[in-house]
Design a protein around this ligand. Structure first.
Ligand code: FNR
Length: 413
């Protein structure tokens, strides 16, 4: 899979034109492939014969490109949702159900989309969501992602299931890294993860609470998804849980979860985690106001309103629909971050107008990595910031504080 891809990176800092060297794909190398899946010629919206050097303009463009470039099993793992994928689709549809009532005659000659989460300044209210296995997309894996997040002036949330060890990721970072935690049945191993994240310099812990077992992603079951030779759950190698093997008839990751992740995790365990670390703790995967209120009472520092990108409980409420009641319940007592379906700058505007302090993006980062490694992921974040700035300009909302509820019109039905 060798391509020359040219991007114009129009960051505030540089006007560099990057020419990317050929990418090595660990997936392809490991499974013996020599190019895009031969069974997948051109399934994207991009017509064949179109100028392939033309840089993607939008996050959906990046997805189309990734669909062409990635191994089928990898694309399916990244893209899929649980069961009928209704929540996956509804996370997107929820944005289309809201329209923007923009203001006019506001001075928008200066747009400021910088903000703070947990007292950390970020250039725009868009963080990198924790997603597993970045080395399936690009050889540098999570190192590419953390550099891209740093270039965008934002935070990367590193998955427990990264294919690069947390120490190496933080060492390569130029911005803050938060660590996403899965609680293993082996609590000593879990404690080890927390200690390592803390020692490495991660600035917050994100406890994922929506995955006591893995949702059924049927595409992964059909593909018997597993990690190819040479890739592992790097953070869990010392504990002996590094392999995601190919089971006889299942998703290897679903089998990994069923065997290793602790389904007994409950509210009482929060005290255990709180006692392990001084780091701020966020709960990720909350969609109910009463759960959010309970979390706030227990002293969590933040809540990530998330349904795991529609990958866990199918028909779970969309995150944008869940956000309003949660924002009303917590009344600003904790940081509120939302993820799921953010693909446009106007999506960010709607989430903030409905009460989020910031959002995370998951899959689009993976599409960026697949297309152009670090530069691709950086460009994804940059496009989102550019769209956000334009959206704020056209909304008559020049600051993050001015993104208020009155901008939103809910479509009937
Ligand atoms: C995820 N997500 C996830 N969440 C988590 O807490 N730990 C993890 O390891 C992963 N891994 C993961 C892998 C892949 C391929 C995807 C797509 C997602 C969920 C992720 O953090 C986030 O909630 C969603 O990705 C947000 O939805 P969008 O932005 O992908 O639509």
């Amino acid at each position: 899979m060798f391509e020359r891809i040219s991007h114009k990176i129009r960051s505030g800092l540089s006007q560099a034109k990057l020419r990317l060297e050929p990418r090595a794909s660990p997936t392809l190398a490991a499974v013996g492939g020599g190019g895009p899946n031969p069974g997948v010629v051109c399934r994207s919206s991009m017509a064949q014969g179109e100028d392939r050097d033309q840089a993607p303009l939008s996050l959906p463009d990046y997805e189309a490109r990734a669909r062409e470039l990635l191994e089928r099993a990898t694309f399916d793992y990244y893209a899929s949702g649980a069961d009928d994928e209704l929540s996956l689709a509804d996370n997107r549809a929820a944005y289309a159900r809201r329209r923007l009532a923009y203001r006019v005659l506001v001075d928008v000659s200066r747009i400021d989309c910088a903000t703070k989460v947990l007292d950390t300044e970020i250039a725009a209210p868009v963080l990198v969501a924790p997603t597993a296995f970045h080395r399936l997309a690009t050889a540098e894996g999570e190192l590419a992602t953390v550099r891209a997040a740093g270039a965008a002036g934002t935070i990367m949330i590193l998955s427990s299931l990264s294919t690069t060890a947390v120490e190496d990721v933080v060492a390569a970072a130029s911005g803050p890294v938060w660590f996403q935690l899965y609680v293993y049945r082996d609590r000593k191993a879990t404690e080890g993860l927390v200690r390592r994240a803390e020692a490495a310099g991660c600035e917050a812990l994100v406890l994922t609470v929506d995955a006591p077992r893995l949702g059924t992603r049927e595409r992964d079951v059909r593909n018997r998804f597993h990690l190819p030779e040479g890739l592992s759950v790097a953070n869990l190698l010392p504990a002996g849980y590094g392999a995601v093997a190919q089971p006889p008839a299942d998703s290897g990751l679903a089998a990994y979860f069923a065997e290793l992740i602790d389904p007994s995790l409950s509210w009482v365990d929060f005290a255990w985690l709180r006692g392990l670390t001084e780091l701020p703790i966020l709960l990720k995967g909350v969609v109910r106001a009463d759960d959010a209120q309970r979390a706030a009472q227990l002293g969590v520092d933040g809540i990530i309103v998330s349904n795991h990108g529609g990958r866990q409980l199918d028909t779970a409420v969309s995150t944008l629909d869940a956000l309003g009641p949660i924002a009303a319940a917590v009344e600003g007592r904790v940081e509120l971050i939302l993820d799921g379906g953010i693909r446009r700058g106007t999506d960010v505007i709607k989430a903030l107008a409905l009460g989020a302090n910031a959002v995370c993006v998951g899959r689009p980062i993976l599409w960026g990595l697949a297309e152009g490694g670090e530069a691709g992921a950086a460009r994804v974040l940059e496009i989102l910031r550019e769209e956000l700035e334009l959206g704020m300009t056209l909304c008559g909302a020049p600051t993050i504080e001015s993104l208020s509820r009155d901008l939103i019109v809910e479509l009937p039905g």
